[in-house]
Design a protein around this ligand. Structure first.
Ligand SMILES: [Fe+2]
Length: 276
């Protein structure tokens, strides 16, 4: 079971750049091409929000068009740049899995259950799951206590030290923690929003923020740091289920020198002392 996580793709309508700088569609195109080179291929792709930059129908349509080459299913949740209604309208097949209200759903198709939570608050940058979403999570986890589950949402339920992002993280994190602690089959919590790879623990399990395939929020732990971004090497997260444990890799998008062998044809380590 291999899951790719894309996040914060911020797709805009054709001809416009995010923040007048980033051609986010070109970066998503590269991310999709990268996913197609992976062997084995991921079984599914989760997209943890900020799919679009402004929740526009044209932006969702462009995102879907860019993902069209992918043969595996794609499971999105909205971020603060999207909306529950926007995601429902753009992904009608996925919307069938959702109940009324916010766009929460569970994917039971794989050895690892995927529980996708909609943490958006209309018109606001911070996140909140809300009582209804927490009840949904508690209910679906109670239904299959023996099956490992991944919880995915846009807003991180923990502080990163990047204060301008921490100010808009998940406001009801303690309530989420209470629910997850009641269900030890949860293997990990995975998020987006911060546009960079971050890992910690939350409710006693692994908690990660996936890196972005385009612009990264600048890494500054100065509490007075202004909100800025850098064009760091684009990457995405790959989650592998290994003996019930979720292992997360960061996979850089692009071409890099290599692969170089460690061993020569006779099995000896190349360049070891005494070999020459
Ligand atoms: Fe974002």
């Amino acid at each position: 079971m291999l899951i790719a996580q894309l996040t914060d793709t911020h797709i805009r309508k054709p001809g416009s750049l995010a923040y007048d700088v980033v051609d986010t569609a070109r970066y998503l195109e590269a991310a999709v091409a990268h996913l197609l080179t992976l062997a084995p291929r991921p079984d599914a792709v989760i997209v943890t929000g900020d799919i679009t930059d402004f929740d526009g129908a044209e932006e969702y349509a462009r995102f879907i068009e860019l993902l069209r080459p992918l043969p595996m299913p794609v499971f999105p949740v909205p971020g603060n740049h999207d909306s529950s209604a926007g995601v429902r309208a753009a992904f009608p097949d996925v919307a069938r899995r959702m109940g009324d209200g916010k766009a929460h759903y569970v994917v039971d198709d794989f050895p690892l259950r995927l529980v996708l939570l909609d943490s958006t608050v209309p018109g606001r940058p911070h996140g909140e799951i809300g009582a209804e979403g927490l009840a949904f999570l508690d209910r679906v986890l109670s239904q299959a206590p023996d099956r490992p589950a991944l919880v995915a949402l846009h807003h991180p339920p923990f502080l990163t030290g990047i204060r301008h992002m921490d100010a808009q993280n998940l406001s009801d994190a303690p309530a989420l923690e209470d629910v997850i602690r009641r269900h030890p089959q949860v293997t990990a919590v995975v998020c987006g929003h911060v546009h960079r790879a971050v890992s910690t623990t939350f409710a006693g399990v692994a908690a990660t923020i996936a890196p972005a395939p385009a612009h990264s929020v600048s890494l500054s732990l100065d509490p007075a740091a202004l909100p800025t971004f850098h064009m760091e090497p684009p990457s995405l997260a790959l989650h592998v289920l290994e003996e019930g444990r979720l292992v997360t890799h960061r996979s850089f998008i692009g071409s890099f020198p290599g692969p170089y062998p460690f061993f020569d044809a006779s099995g000896r380590m190349i360049g070891a002392p005494g070999e020459r």
